[in-house]
Design a protein around this ligand. Structure first.
Ligand SMILES: Cc1cc2nc3c(=O)[nH]c(=O)nc-3n(C[C@H](O)[C@H](O)[C@H](O)COP(=O)(O)OP(=O)(O)OC[C@H]3O[C@@H](n4cnc5c(N)ncnc54)[C@H](O)[C@@H]3O)c2cc1C
Length: 535
């Protein structure tokens, strides 16, 4: 009887909160109910059958407007504690899929090394792409879920080892992504003025791990690589600082960009239009800036049979070719900065004088009939004072886990982590996102990727192939973090940091500016931990 009275009270509170509580309050109600439903504490104080606990929880969630996910057999379903490592899109989508499954009651602890979640959406996507950054809003709905607990400012491999995590969770999903440039080995790559695009991205996106200042004294700049990261770097370098002021860039970034001397930015790719890795939208968008004149030499538009086939096979590639053709034939735009895309130019050496970049040497290439290119033996020296390589990102190994140095991924079979490439699975360990399949693809791709991985995990759980952890209690991991003095941040903490950044944007006096990023690590942590948070 007492149980049903509690249930009734819970429903009334929930209904009242729905209409009058400030945003976020209901999440806390949900969270505490869920937390207790999973701990022995609740049943100690209020002995309820599991089904009743599940029913209260589901009812309160449905009143709150959250999608209700009635499990198929709530009385027999198994409880799983899963650790997901990395709160980028892959880790967040995987967490969502795990808690939404209909067979198992899953609780996820989502570990993130940065004080804030969202991975490369926060620290990779360019600041002048507010629509893409806006994906964060839809991810809020996932992280608001009471079954997912964010633990930020915790580096797995340093603060807690993988081996230790195995003692707290039925399964561990690695979603650690990638943050640094793939190396490019051409002579001169170490000269002053030769940079990795990932370092520039880390700087302009306010990643606390990257430089606070940037040398932008070069008037002519080369970017090596015809993918979207190259376009991002080139576009940010070709725009004026004032064009970016309305975005979330931090003060130190605006100040550096205000000193940017670049008037010419040259992008170089060794192959042709049908092999360029741009996406159409990003390529077209270059032209939206009134300060950038986009140029393509008509000589750089060429196709062989394989290229024509590539156009027919992919609508997106065909569109990229069409946009490049349009840039090649149009009248030049009257704009102070030129951004030229050079195709069939293979960078072979960064030229230097006294250790500083003074140019880029490229070799002209031509199509060989198969979509590949060969060198023509004709070389050009382009006078540039800075070179950015944007030839791809690369993932780092995680201590205690296998790593395939060739592919720079954790060896896996599409989900299970393997002892070695093609080897046997390591029970209870899974991978998803860029660390699983390499640094290619858009945010949307990480969703299907996460589905493949979580399906495998859940199937293993159903088949009884996961080993129950030694410490399954909800707060055992918190006690471990506390005992080690780790200043972990939480989802409530993110709301505090988010509010502080939004307030800075609003008070900046720039109309339409939604946010100004907080860059210093300690400042992020202190905002996120400003008030005592519940876990
Ligand atoms: C410069 C750039 C611009 C991009 N722009 C776009 C775009 O405009 N549109 C688009 O759709 N896609 C874009 N992408 C691609 C998109 O960012 C990726 O597809 C996506 O972020 C990959 O997701 P992920 O979760 O695998 O990796 P990440 O986003 O890299 O997330 C991994 C997370 O794991 C954390 N982590 C790493 N190691 C540890 C550890 N030891 N302990 C705890 N946490 C750890 C990291 O801090 C990070 O938060 C861009 C990528 C880059 C590099």
């Amino acid at each position: 009887m007492a149980s049903w009275v509690m249930f009734g009270i819970g429903c009334v509170i929930a209904a009242l909160n729905r209409d009058y509580a400030p945003v976020g309050t209901m999440d806390k109600v949900d969270r505490s109910v869920f937390k207790y439903s999973r701990s022995s504490e609740f049943n100690c104080c209020f002995p309820l059958p599991d089904v009743a606990v599940a029913l209260i929880w589901q009812t309160m969630r449905s009143i709150n407007g959250a999608p209700v996910n009635f499990k198929e057999n709530p009385d027999t379903m198994s409880h799983l504690n899963v650790a997901v490592i990395g709160a980028g899109p892959a880790g967040i989508y995987a967490s969502d899929l795990l808690v939404r499954n209909s067979e198992h009651e899953v609780h996820v602890d989502l570990f993130e090394q940065m004080p804030a979640p969202f991975g490369l959406i926060r620290y990779g996507v360019a600041p002048d792409h507010p629509r893409i950054k806006g994906i964060i809003t839809s991810l809020h709905k996932v992280l608001d879920k009471p079954e997912i607990r964010l633990l930020g400012n915790v580096t797995i491999g340093t603060d807690i080892t993988i081996e230790e995590l195995r003692e707290y969770y039925d399964a561990v999903v690695i979603a650690t992504g990638a943050v640094r440039d793939r190396p490019l080995t051409i002579p001169g790559i170490d000269a002053a003025g030769s940079f990795g695009a990932a370092d520039l991205v880390g700087f302009y996106d306010g990643n606390p791990r990257f430089s606070r200042d940037w040398d932008l004294s070069a008037e002519q700049v080369a970017v090596i690589g015809v993918g979207n990261v190259g376009l991002d770097a080139a576009r940010v370098l070709a725009k004026t600082a004032d064009e970016l002021l309305v975005t979330e860039i931090a003060d130190n970034v605006y100040e550096s960009l205000s000193r940017n001397a670049a008037t010419e930015v040259h992008i170089f790719g060794r192959r042709g239009p049908a092999q360029a890795k741009f996406t159409p939208q990003e390529l077209k968008e270059l032209d939206h800036s009134p300060t950038i004149n986009v140029v393509v030499d008509p000589e750089d538009i060429d196709y062989d049979a394989a290229s024509e086939e590539a156009r027919r096979a992919s609508k997106s590639q065909d569109l990229v070719c069409t946009i490049l053709e349009q840039y090649a034939i149009r009248e030049p735009k009257d704009a102070p900065h030129t951004l030229q895309i050079h195709l069939f130019e293979s960078p072979v050496e960064i030229l230097q004088h006294d250790g500083r970049v003074v140019g880029l040497r490229t070799e002209r290439t031509e199509l060989d009939g198969t979509g590949n290119v060969r060198g023509t033996g004709s070389f050009t020296d382009w006078p540039v004072q800075a070179v950015y390589r944007a030839v791809g990102y690369e993932s780092d190994p995680l201590p205690g886990l296998p790593f395939d140095p060739e592919a720079a991924v954790i060896p896996n079979d599409g989900g299970h982590i393997l002892h070695s490439p093609g080897g046997s699975p390591v029970p209870g360990l899974y991978a998803t996102g860029w660390i699983k399949r390499g640094p290619i693809g858009l945010i949307g791709n990480t969703k299907s990727d996460a589905k493949q991985t979580t399906d495998m995990l859940l199937a293993d759980a159903t088949a009884g192939q996961l080993t129950a952890p030694a410490h399954a209690e909800h707060n055992a991991i918190i006690e471990l973090l506390d005992s080690r003095g780790v200043d972990y941040t939480t989802w409530e903490g993110w709301y505090q940091l988010d509010a502080a950044e939004r307030a800075l944007g609003e008070s900046s006096g720039v109309p339409g500016r939604e946010r100004k990023k907080i860059v210093e690590w300690e400042d992020m942590v202190s905002h996120a931990r400003a008030t005592k948070v519940t876990v």
